[in-house]
Design a protein around this ligand. Structure first.
Ligand code: URA
Length: 210
């Protein structure tokens, strides 16, 4: 994957995103849509996975059939909203290894601080897909990718549902080697760091905490 930003314009993705944006969509519907859309986005983010062949027997003949090459990939959920993307992607790639990164914002310094970090071994040999539905300021996303690189990851992709131009720019500056795959890039951030028009707080909408 060479482009820094891929917007998945598939009609199913765009339709589902519109349903998710609507303020009246209930929690259960929002979660179900996120699961469905995450699989369509995962299809795109894994498009260029390396392949090899395996000798197999069909009922008719032997053949060299394509299979994924290399170590199992790693899915890293940025807590807590990343978990909303994780379930759907794991359904599609059930053998993936899974890690979690928890960050909060220090109100004095406004910098992201790590409170949880548990990732699979051997990150240096895996494709690492970082999951966070909302790429807003990009500060916590950039910090999470910093932590993953420090843990050895060298081949990282960032999968999100919605991005703000500010977040895309921040990631491009901090991690130009990390391609972003998203369903849309919205207009802007508001003064509280929410994406506009966006869909509100993704965590609250998927978990019903509001
Ligand atoms: N996080 C969210 O959940 N929503 C936004 O709009 C921005 C960050």
């Amino acid at each position: 994957m060479t482009d820094h930003l891929t917007i998945v314009e598939h009609p199913l993705v765009q339709h589902k995103l519109t349903l998710m944006r609507q303020a009246g969509t209930p929690t259960a519907g929002f979660r179900q849509l996120l699961r469905e859309i995450s699989q369509l986005l995962a299809y795109e983010v894994t498009r260029e996975l390396k392949m090899t062949t395996r000798r197999i027997d069909t009922p008719m003949a032997a053949m060299d059939a394509p299979v994924l090459a290399g170590k199992k990939l790693a899915l890293i959920s940025i807590l807590r909203a990343g978990n909303g993307l994780l379930d759907g992607v794991l359904e599609l790639i059930p053998s993936a290894r899974v890690g979690f990164v928890g960050l909060y914002r220090d109100e004095a310094t406004l910098k992201p601080v790590q409170y949880y970090f548990k990732v699979p071994e051997g990150l240096e040999d895996r494709l690492v897909i970082t999951l966070d539905p909302m790429l807003a300021t990009g500060n916590s996303s950039a910090a999470a990718v910093d932590l993953l690189k420090r843990a050895g990851a060298g081949n990282i992709r960032f999968l999100c549902l919605l991005a703000a131009p500010e977040g895309v720019a921040r990631m491009k500056e901090a991690h130009p080697d990390v391609p972003i795959v998203t369903a849309a890039v919205d207009e802007r951030l508001n003064e509280k760091g929410y994406i506009v028009p966006g869909l509100g707080d993704a965590g609250d909408r998927m978990f019903g905490t509001r």
